[in-house]
Design a protein around this ligand. Sequence first.
Ligand SMILES: [Zn+2]
Ligand SMILES: [Zn+2]
Length: 104
Amino acid sequence: MKIETNGNHACTTHAGADARAMTRNQITDYLAETGCKPRCVRCIYMSEPGEMACGRHSPGHGSDSWVVDRWAAITTAEASEFQHVVGRPPTCETCVAIARRATG
Ligand SMILES: [Zn+2]
Ligand SMILES: [Zn+2]
């Protein structure tokens, strides 16, 4: 099966009807193909310059900007530090903008 690098894959926490969790074999294939672990469409990722986005809205997985800006899943420590400093949990700016547009 061809692995879509930016498909609707989810971690086991976020898996659901529209985003399924990958099987162990798919994860192995994905790693071999892209050189990075599958990312979850709902988890938050952070770049070295400090940009944040969900798996759906961060740069193409394994793309130049993904690699150059060193995007990686936000750690629990980073998330709680963000919450402490900013006063809210880390969110994807694009998702927030879409939600804002949808509610008018
Ligand atoms: Zn997730
Ligand atoms: Zn998003």
